[in-house]
Write a protein that binds this ligand. Structure first.
Ligand code: NAD
Ligand code: UFG
Length: 396
């Protein structure tokens, strides 16, 4: 049974330094130097690492979150903190801002421990694992732009596969056996049948999707070789929306390609109109259908996945979707209703590489994780709009 948040918060300064029992002298020296050079940020008021006493009986689980400053990672940090977990976030801010972590701290009223840098930096990872006794890892850090992955496959394999390999080596070194991986519905490729169930054939159609599949295969193989490992691979459908506070949300660095940020930009006047890619698909209104999922529901799925990891072993892929498809025109309508804001749009040609329809069978998540999405498309639009209005330039 977890302790109430209040008591945990009071104990945080002492807890920050727990786990140093597992540090050797060289690691302590590196940890101190990383702290001095600002690579590891420690919340104000925490005690000095080397003078900390270890209080194992008061321990709450600490989760290492890679890519925690990103869109899904930041929302997951909030839910982990709210559930009573302690977190260490490692991010190189290649597609995010440290401001997201400050906002997470504001929402949760708790500090986030930060290790700033790349997960391919083995030394830094060692330090992250040495800074606290990590019980499980949630691995978000990846590059995710499909078009870019076609142009720069080497960078994508290096970052997404190389990063995972480096992380798994560090997990092994630290004896961490529980691992939650950010996968994607993109691993299914062109759906043969709908809804998509986890046992359907996997056949991604771009390098980004291929990196997700390679990582899944690697994790599957690892679970065979190391039977004590417990890996949940969460295959996300289409996350949209933002935290209800309006403080964190999606902040695309480049010109966005995904529907929802394009839609909100059209609504706020940052782009003239939304282009709707085709109205001749074999769907109910001719526009593409997807399984949009509120990013907070998705974040909560990770908390449930962690609990599952603690009770199981082996590799388990699980869809995180609502099980309901929404067309582009339906999403525009829901957004207009939720925001009271008209969305100027025009129908244009189909986008290369698109599929007509994609939605999840979300039954396994309910059975194994006792998780299901509860927020509807209107709520996704209302929360996403609040974020966009309050932060027209994102975190900058
Ligand atoms: P995001 O880009 O907002 O977050 C990824 C974070 O990882 C960023 O903060 C980035 O700076 C960090 N990062 C990337 N490479 C790193 C590295 N080598 N070392 C340290 N940090 C690194 O993306 P997101 O939308 O939050 O996605 C999170 C995960 O979910 C990714 O693995 C992505 O592939 C997966 N996913 C996302 C979607 C989606 O639609 N957003 C759908 C399916 C799967
Ligand atoms: N769409 C438009 N106009 C736009 C953008 C998108 O009409 O400006 C349409 C698309 O044609 C599609 C739907 O909106 O019918 C959704 O498109 P997104 O680009 O938002 O999402 P996708 O399903 O195509 O792809 C997303 C991620 C991928 C991931 C995939 C499955 O971008 O990385 O979901 O998880 F692989």
């Amino acid at each position: 049974m977890r302790e109430p948040l209040g008591s945990h918060f009071r104990r945080l300064p002492r807890d920050f330094c727990r786990g140093l029992h597992s540090c050797n002298r060289a690691q302590r020296r590196d940890l101190k130097s990383a702290r001095d050079t600002g690579k590891i940020a420690i919340a104000k008021g925490t005690r000095d690492a080397e003078s900390a006493e270890l209080d194992v009986s008061s321990r709450l689980a600490t989760i290492l979150v890679t890519g925690g400053a990103g869109y899904i990672g930041s929302h997951t940090l909030v839910e982990l903190l709210a559930a009573g977990y302690d977190v260490v976030c490692i991010d190189n801010f290649s597609n995010s801002s440290p401001e997201a972590l400050r906002r997470v701290e504001r929402i949760a009223s708790r500090p986030v421990r930060r290790v700033d840098g790349d997960i391919r930096d083995k030394r830094l990872l060692e330090l992250a694992f040495a800074a606290a006794p990590i019980e499980a890892v949630i691995h978000f850090a990846a590059l995710k732009a499909v078009g870019e992955s076609v142009l720069r496959p080497l960078d994508y394999y290096d970052n997404n596969v190389g990063g995972t390999i480096s992380l798994l080596h560090a997990c092994r070194g630290a004896g961490v056996k529980r691992f939650v991986f950010s996968s994607s519905a993109t691993v299914y490729g062109i759906p043969q049948k709908l809804p998509l169930t986890e046992d359907m054939p996997l056949s991604p159609v771009n390098p980004y999707g291929a990196t997700k599949l390679v990582n899944e295969q690697l994790l599957r193989d690892l679970c065979v070789a190391e039977p004590a490992m417990s890996v949940v691979s969460l295959r996300y459908f289409n996350p949209i929306g933002a935290h209800a506070s309006g403080l964190i949300g999606e902040d695309p660095r480049d010109i966005p390609n995904n529907l929802f940020p394009c839609l909100t930009q059209a609504a706020i006047g940052q782009r003239e109109r939304l282009s709707v890619f085709g109205s001749d698909w074999s769907t109910r209104d001719g526009t593409g259908v997807r399984d949009y999922i509120h990013v907070v529901d998705l974040a909560l799925g990770h908390v449930c996945a962690l609990r599952h990891c603690a009770q199981s072993t082996g590799f388990t892929p699980i869809n995180l979707g609502t099980g309901r498809g929404t067309s582009v025109l339906e999403l525009i309508k829901a957004f207009e209703q939720a925001s009271g804001q008209p969305v100027p749009y025009q129908i244009v040609e189909r986008r290369a590489g698109d599929i007509a329809e994609c939605y999840a069978d979300a039954g396994l998540a309910l059975r194994l994780l006792q998780w299901r999405a509860t927020r509807d498309v209107k709520q996704m639009c209302a929360d996403g709009w609040r974020w966009q209005q309050g932060n027209p330039s994102g975190y900058s």
